[in-house]
Design a protein around this ligand. Sequence first.
Ligand SMILES: Cc1ncc(COP(=O)(O)O)c(C=O)c1O
Length: 377
Amino acid sequence: MKNDTLCVHGGTLKCDTTRAVTPAIYTATTFSRSDVGQGCGYDYARLQNPTREHVENVVAKLEGGFASLAFSCGMAATTTLMELFDGGDEIVASEDLYGGTIRMFEKVLRRRGISIVYSDTSDLSDLSSKITRNTRAVFIETPTNPMMHVTDIQAVAQLIAGKNILLIVDNTFLTPYLMRPLELGADIVIHSGTKYLGGHNDCLAGFVVVKNAELEDKLRYFHKTSGAVLAPFDCYLVARGIKTLAIRMDRAQQNAAKVADWLRGQKKATRVFYPGFADHPEYEISKKQASGFGAMLSFETDTEETARNILRNVKLILFAESLGGTETLITYPTTQTHSDLPDAEKEARGITRRLLRVSVGIESAEDIISDLEQAMG
Ligand SMILES: Cc1ncc(COP(=O)(O)O)c(C=O)c1O
């Protein structure tokens, strides 16, 4: 089945005998038994919940994974995933990552004795130089947030093959509709389901998708132990969001291409970071591993004043954190998504006071561009 069909028909509610077209929202926290040793496969909702199984099935199928686990948000998914690692282990991560992931690496993982080493994972020789015999995972975001670097997943998988290193890919930006990292050699995919999967800026969610039963077993144990599971109503909202994922992504990325082209012609936008430009350094890699370029872009303005004016003056576009919803959002990474990074590090990564990030939504591209035009002044 093609991915756009899976978005609509991918889920099965195992226990439902009603043939209902949409999944029921099971709110029960516990499930009764008819006798000792007799059960229906459900005990307590932190362990199993039918509505959660439904959305987990859809996401696993879309990613081509063995199984998926639904978490209360993307950070809960990533933090719980890190339970796979012990003190003394090293993780090599893309240096340009979502700020919350960096915060967790720096403030939580380091305290547990896990080392984090950052690499420009789009440069294989840099990545290769960072791998040691203690490396247990390579953690990639592609395209990266907010600088839109792209990493060749297949090449990384080949580089670390046979070294007992897990390849973890945050696929939040492209979604399985545009890219399936497990098919490119990744072991684990994570998602902030809050973004494109949910798609309507109305619920937090996170997913870990694994390629085999061994990883599923380990992670189910941490999932039920941490308890950071997705609540039934939110499972329903994400499953509903996924039904329109394909058409939302199609429209949002068409709009993004138009906005990126327009921005490139503007004097006040000195640099535009968008993987769909033919002169983007990793354009060919994007074309090889994904069926689209997504709907995220960043741009640098001529002055800090211009950046601030845009944020102050946008009317249709909303000045807000997050991404992947129907509404176009503009974000100021330096004070929002990446506020916790020291100033010097932000500057080194290109996250200056002149950088703006746009999550292009599904409105009319013409309206989005007119709004940016009037806001830029
Ligand atoms: C790429 C990426 N990964 C993970 C997260 C964390 O997800 P959540 O906010 O759902 O916890 C975010 C949040 O913005 C993100 O942008």
